[in-house]
Ligand binder design. Structure first.
Ligand code: EPZ
Length: 426
């Protein structure tokens, strides 16, 4: 299995391009299932999860070709098997995003339950509840959700949906299903992430009638059919945020091309309070830092967008490990998203975890983290360990970086281009 070898202590300078957002590309690949006409997506990131999603839809009979410039052409006209099998779903829970589109277009779907995930149980009960409210009949047997429409019905029907908690992919499943349902659907406590607004823009380009996307209340008027479209995937705010934390920690001056500062308000605010200089510039954002020894650790609580994103918690914690002062980090979204803590402690970090709260004692400018072999446990934990390795003394080897490859497009190449001493070893 691949590993990353990092020699810490080098500042980062230069400019890199932020890739398309994983968490927009995945639902948008599923949105292409809603029409029999060709769909073209640009700026699709080169990620393991995207490769898995392409495999999933090809498995259904969809043609999907990608070129070397991030363009994916999809034609779901020949879709013959509205199914998402366990062997693919177990490796990527976002496969559940096929459920809404398949039900909306074909009136039936057979999608494996995703099973657990490293960061939490992550059930899909809300997805089932919302689609049942739209008239679907869903039974769970042998580990699969078997979804059909009642006899005599050929379409889902619009409904008013309020989920027990805000759910990103739940909102996306309902949004896609509602575009072809009969009548109006209202999502009352919809997720507000920029990836959802981007998905809605793609659906509108396909002829869907949607308003309120990006707010907590989305209204959709169903239409009889959707046509093809061309859409460019929004830039990945979590990749951008990850690089902001990396430069903050190592020190340096970097331009993140295509990054959208307005999608990262909560993270930018915390970094500026820490002492990092961040400025939106034409077509991106610029980050400047004198290095962690000059920064003040920041406490924060993860919460739904536009609050501090749970997907940035591990990366910012790595920064807190090497900044000044003590900070409390509270993870409110997932029940087990502190697995990077034990690995950071191996590098010399001082962290105490008590349930959903982690207390990080920063280094007071004298001590430093010391490089060691550490193990990635999930996608954002991997990024956290890379950031720590970039500032640790000596060599850090991050193992099991297939986790990193799920959600970061050539991270080590981008870091090397900025001056980091990092390489991938077999
Ligand atoms: C999406 O996951 C993202 N994945 C996650 O990013 C992200 O961490 C998460 O949203 C929260 O922002 C994609 O977009 C592909 P949720 P999702 O449904 O939709 C509970 C990454 O690192 N819940 O918003 O699966 C759930 O257990 C990944 O890129 C239910 O109980 O998350 C969690 O506690 C990791 N029942 C909370 O709601 C349900 O039916 C929020 O989950 C659905 C969710």
């Amino acid at each position: 299995m691949d590993k990353l070898l990092i020699r810490g202590g080098r500042p980062l300078h230069g400019d890199i391009a932020i890739s398309g957002a994983k968490n927009a590309a995945l639902p948008e690949l599923c949105a292409a299932l809603l029409t029999a006409e060709p769909v073209v997506l640009h700026n699709v990131p080169r990620l393991q999860d995207v490769a898995t999603m392409l495999k999933l839809i090809r498995n259904m009979g969809v043609t999907a070709e990608r070129d070397d410039n991030g363009m994916v052409s999809i034609n779901a006209g020949g879709l013959h098997t509205p199914e998402a099998p366990y062997e693919l779903v177990k490796t990527m829970r976002a496969s559940v995003l096929a459920l809404g589109p398949l039900l909306a277009r074909f009136g039936r779907a057979r999608v494996s339950l995703p099973g657990g995930c490293a960061i939490g149980s992550r059930p899909v009960d809300q997805h089932i509840k919302g689609l049942q409210a739209m008239g679907a009949e869903i039974v769970v047997e042998h580990g699969y959700m078997i979804a059909t429409l009642p006899a005599g019905r050929t379409r889902l029907k619009g409904a008013r949906i309020t989920t027990d908690m805000v759910t990103v992919t739940g909102t996306e499943n309902f949004l896609m299903a509602a575009t072809l349902a009969e009548g109006e659907t209202i999502l009352e406590n919809a997720a507000q992430e920029p990836e959802i607004a981007d998905l809605a823009e793609m659906l509108i380009a396909m002829g869907a009638r949607i308003e309120g996307h990006g707010t907590s209340r989305i209204r959709i008027q169903g239409v009889d059919a959707l046509h093809g479209c061309t859409h460019a995937v929004v830039a990945d705010r979590i990749e951008a945020g990850t690089f902001l934390c990396a430069v903050a920690a190592t020190g340096g001056d970097v331009l993140l091309r295509h990054a959208r500062a307005e999608h990262l308000d909560a993270v930018v605010e915390k970094l500026q309070e820490a002492g990092v200089k961040i400025a939106p510039v034409e077509g991106g954002m610029r980050v400047m830092s004198a290095g962690a020894a000059k920064l003040k650790a920041q406490g924060f609580r993860t919460t739904e967008y536009p609050g501090f994103p749970t997907d940035m918690q591990a990366q910012f914690m790595a920064l807190n490990c090497v900044a000044h002062g003590t900070a409390a980090v509270t993870e409110t979204i997932f029940e087990n998203r502190f697995m990077h803590v034990n690995e950071l402690v191996r590098l010399g970090a001082r962290i105490q975890v008590d349930g959903r709260v982690a207390i990080i004692e920063g280094l007071d400018g004298t001590a430093r983290l010391s490089g060691a072999a550490v193990m990635a446990t999930d996608l954002r934990a991997s990024a956290s360990l890379v950031i720590a390795g970039l500032v640790a003394e000596g060599e850090t080897v991050v193992e099991r970086i297939y986790h990193l490859d799920r959600g970061y497009d050539r991270m080590e190449a981008k870091l090397r281009a900025l001056g980091a001493d990092i390489e991938r070893i077999e």
